[in-house]
Write a protein that binds this ligand. Structure first.
Ligand code: 13P
Ligand code: ZN
Length: 276
């Protein structure tokens, strides 16, 4: 597995975490990513692999992901260091056949293991794969303006989604399914994983108030782009609030026309069109 460090997957994860760090979304060890890697992408690196690995117990059983490979960020690892030292900060894990533990096949060379948010990542993967079999990536970060907005805006997910849709014209096109919002819960717990995964049945992004955001998608770029768009809208919201609030806005009728023009389906019941 030594050559896995030169794989396109490790290179892509190094690059995206570096971009995220430079955006200020991942102070210290803030944020984590898990990426399901298909068997055919891992197979070339398994040649001669003896199965000499570390095994880590999971706090719950994930049979739905049995034997799947995931490239994950390590708990306590600083995003700023990933690009320079992927073997220390990243790991390729494989969920055991009984779903009760995982093996570390590559990485985490200094004894680390997967992110403390692994419960949420695994539960979200299961949920997203049930909705779209091509989903592979779960990404969490502490995007600054998105966190700020959870202090200043009501935490109703319809209201919050509509505010974000109205901050930049193309938000609706990027996340027509809207944004889920859960109550504040202690991070790293199964409870926060379950609450987030429930939201992931109908949307690809979930806000954790006063903490950060989770996004899901088919690949690193798409998932990053989703969070980037949410964060951009939240940044515009911050400026609008600082300038004294909204004097005019994109109407629900205009959002509806946009959805038709871009052939996307806004979350049912969110747009009040034709209501006077
Ligand atoms: P980890 O270092 O365990 O990934 O935790 C960081 C984090 O953002 C927790 O929510
Ligand atoms: Zn976090």
């Amino acid at each position: 597995m030594e050559k896995f460090i030169d794989s396109p997957m490790v290179k892509s994860l190094c690059n995206i975490t570096n971009v995220m760090y430079n955006k200020g979304w991942d102070e210290r060890n803030g944020g984590n990513i898990s990426w399901i890697i298909d068997d055919d992408k891992v197979a070339p690196f398994l040649d001669g692999f003896t199965g000499n690995t570390r095994n880590i117990a999971l706090p719950f059983t994930v049979e739905a992901l049995a034997q799947r490979y995931l490239l994950v960020t390590g708990t306590g690892k600083y995003f700023k260091n990933i690009k320079a030292d992927p073997q220390d900060t990243l790991g390729l894990i494989q969920i055991a056949a009984d779903g009760k533990s995982y093996d570390i096949l590559w990485g985490f060379v200094n004894g680390a293991h997967a992110t403390s948010e692994l419960p949420t990542h695994l539960m979200n993967h299961i949920q997203r794969l049930a909705v779209d079999e091509n989903h592979r990536v779960i990404m969490h970060c502490h995007a600054t303006h998105t966190i700020a907005m959870t202090f200043a805006h009501e935490l109703d997910e319809k209201a919050l989604t509509k505010t974000l849709w109205k901050m930049c014209t193309e938000c609706l096109v990027v996340f027509p399914d809207g944004i889920g919002v859960i109550p504040w819960v202690v991070p790293g717990t199964e409870e926060i994983g379950q609450l987030t995964a429930e939201k992931m049945t109908y949307c690809r992004s979930v806000l954790w108030p006063f903490h950060g955001v989770f996004g899901a998608g088919q690949d690193l770029d798409e998932t990053f782009g989703l969070i980037e768009t949410i964060e951009k809208a939240a940044e515009v919201y911050t400026y609008v609030q600082a300038q004294g609030g909204t004097k005019q806005e994109i109407s629900d009728e205009q959002l509806s026309a946009l959805a038709q023009g871009f052939n996307v389906e806004p979350k049912a019941g969110y747009l009040e069109v034709g209501v006077k």
